[in-house]
Design a protein around this ligand. Structure first.
Ligand code: NAD
Ligand code: WQD
Length: 340
């Protein structure tokens, strides 16, 4: 039985493919490379000494999916493929609904016709919306995220719930990631955003490596202890391991049908200033920064209650904030221009 990983060439997908191979799963990757490169796949092959079946294709193409499910004996699908830039989604909502929502619908239909019933979805803390109390627990109702990107994740979670009602064999997990950062400790694979990074960590490392002049810290007047926003940053290697645990868990379920959501976070919020300070102290690099106005849509603080994942999946984070900054810096220093 093989595992189909959509979006497996991307940041989280490539680390998860590596973790799956290390756990002796056989992997087929489907990726249209719209935000990634095949080099990431080659590097995972080199790190593990294992082959990855790669299909350069789109989750929105029913023919590709039909052929793929006919050719490979797929037992479960890990679905990472999505567009993820929050600001861009506000500007181009149709692009996001088409790629993320229609794409997932197309994938779920193809799985249904091929009788593939195990599904693990890359969801996000954004599904809790703007008014949930912290820490976020899975028992909270889905919220109303302010961006089409966030809305696409809520819509897909809804689609999974409806699939489970209609198809009793369907077994799905939504993994709600908090703020994934870090890189594999080899420094060989990592996050390589195209253009100006939207997220904090890649921006910090691009300043440190000299690709950008200074970091703008969006807002220092939030109701937090140092005035900057606090987030639950999680090492991508811990996150990847969470997928392996989720897959192991799904395979052990004999009775379970439906959808189960799990938060994947550390449970400890870190402010923007704390992140910048930790990076400077741990790497010895200078990161010039200035305070600038708040970014629209940012919440002051949120973090995960991940006790459900600990209890049910036997998963908890192992790596520290220091590991996160050191590993990200190793990747950036060794690959100043990413995979180029
Ligand atoms: P990424 O952009 O690095 O990876 C996504 C991959 O999907 C890329 O390789 C891209 O080429 C591929 N892809 C996109 N649309 C596709 C399509 N239509 N067909 C085939 N391939 C397609 O992003 P990531 O950070 O690795 O995120 C992976 C998943 O995790 C996404 O679903 C994202 O929404 C979710 N997520 C990410 C974060 C984060 O901060 N990185 C947080 C929460 C959830
Ligand atoms: C973190 C903090 C910024 C950049 C986003 C998505 C979320 C999820 C994870 C996918 C905030 C501040 C940032 C910069 C800054 N993705 N910041 N200067 O916004 O918590 O979450 O990524 O599902 O859905 O919204 O992460 O890394 O963008 O920001 O001051 O140049 O860093 O204001 O407080 P965010 P982020």
């Amino acid at each position: 039985m093989k595992i189909l990983v959509t979006g497996g060439a991307g940041f989280i997908g490539s680390h998860t493919v590596l973790a799956l191979l290390e756990s002796n799963y056989e992997v087929v990757v489907l990726d249209n490379l719209c935000n990634s490169t095949y080099v990431a796949i080659e590097r995972v092959e080199a790190l593990t000494g294992k082959n990855i079946s790669f299909i350069h294709g789109d989750i929105n193409c029913s023919n590709t999916l039909q052929q793929l499910f006919a050719e490979y004996d797929i037992g479960a699908v890990l679905h990472f493929a999505a567009l993820k830039a929050v600001g861009e989604s506000v500007q181009y909502p149709y692009k996001y609904y088409e790629n993320n929502v229609s794409g997932t619908l197309c994938l779920l239909q193809a799985m249904h016709y091929a009788d593939v019933n195990m599904f693990i979805f890359s969801s996000s803390a954004t599904v809790y919306g703007e008014t949930s109390v912290v820490p976020y627990t899975e028992s909270l109702a889905l919220g109303s995220p302010s961006s089409p990107y966030g809305a696409s994740k809520v819509m897909i979670e809804r689609m999974l719930a409806d699939s489970a009602i209609a198809h009793p064999n369907f077994q799905a997990i939504s993994l709600r990631y908090f703020n994934p950062i870090g890189a594999h400790p080899s420094g060989v694979i990592g996050e390589d955003p195209k253009g100006i990074p939207n997220n904090l960590m890649p921006y910090i490392t691009q300043v440190a490596v000299g690709r950008r002049k200074k970091l703008s810290i969006f807002g220092n007047d939030y109701p937090t202890k140092d005035g900057t926003c606090r987030r639950d940053y999680i090492h991508v290697v811990d996150l990847a391991e969470g997928h392996v645990k989720a897959l192991d868990w799904l395979q052990k379920q004999t009775e379970f049908s439906g959808v189960e959501a799990f938060n994947l976070g550390t449970g400890t919020p870190v402010s923007v200033l704390e992140m910048v300070d930790t990076f400077i102290v741990e790497t010895g690099q200078n990161v010039p920064y200035e305070f600038s106005p708040r970014r629209s849509g940012d919440l002051p603080e949120f973090w995960a209650d991940s006790s459900k994942a600990q209890k049910e999946l036997g998963w908890q984070t192992q790596l520290t904030l220091t590991d996160m900054v050191i590993d990200t810096w190793r990747w950036q220093k060794n690959n100043p221009n990413g995979y180029e």
